[in-house]
Design a protein around this ligand. Structure first.
Ligand code: HQG
Length: 181
């Protein structure tokens, strides 16, 4: 039995960052050909097949992937470092969103605001609890509350991915609040 969580991570790595790792490419909208992907992965992970891929997509806890309607293509819904346009929906954000980071990034964030770093967008969470989990991936978590409603009023664009993750290009410092403020 293959470890689906590990495989899902590998799929993220391929579909968001390194399609060339399994000898495939993404089109401008982030789509990979399903057959080529399966062939590429199965060269490295014996026994990987369409059934397993479908199970990962169906059961992924954050619904990270989507198949095209005809099932011939697959893409990650968000999180890319590769420059692709996944047809994000532009949407008015709630008054507040949250961002979890690690303590070690705070001094830089206080100077420059939130930047996408290696990804195309800054990822935001819909509540503090979720943000804390995201931050803990990088070290001792620190949670910022973002004045997203005010940002939108001031003309900044917000997007929601197919799996409902809030994204924006950057968050200037004046829209950041944390507990120490
Ligand atoms: C930090 C996961 C220094 C930022 C999660 C973060 C998320 C700065 C790190 C999604 C900075 C980038 C994305 C600045 C931001 N100076 N550091 N000016 N601005 N940073 O992994 O948001 O499970 O690229 O705070 O749940 O942690 O993969 O972004 O700590 O939704 O689907 O730079 O990835 O989803 O790290 O995570 P990341 P993230 P998945």
């Amino acid at each position: 039995m293959m470890n689906l969580t590990k495989l899902s991570r590998y799929l993220s790595y391929i579909l968001r960052h390194h399609p060339e790792a399994v000898g495939i490419s993404l089109d401008e909208h982030g789509w990979a050909n399903v057959e080529a992907l399966i062939e590429g992965i199965s060269e490295k992970k014996k026994g990987f097949d369409r059934e397993i891929l479908e199970e990962i997509v169906r059961t992924d806890e954050k619904q990270r992937y989507s198949f095209s309607e005809d099932g011939t293509r697959i893409r990650a819904n968000q999180g890319h470092s590769v420059l692709v346009d996944v047809n994000l929906e532009q949407k008015d954000p709630p008054e507040y969103l949250w961002h979890g980071t690690a303590e070690k990034s705070v001094s830089s964030i206080q100077k420059k605001g939130l930047l996408p770093m290696s990804r195309l967008y800054v990822h935001l969470s819909k509540n503090a609890k979720e943000a804390e989990k995201v931050g803990a991936r990088h070290g001792k978590p620190v949670v910022y509350r973002i004045k997203s409603g005010k940002m939108a009023e001031d003309g900044y664009c917000f997007y929601q991915s197919a799996n409902k993750v809030w994204l924006t290009k950057m968050v200037p410092i004046e829209y950041l609040e944390n507990n120490e403020d």
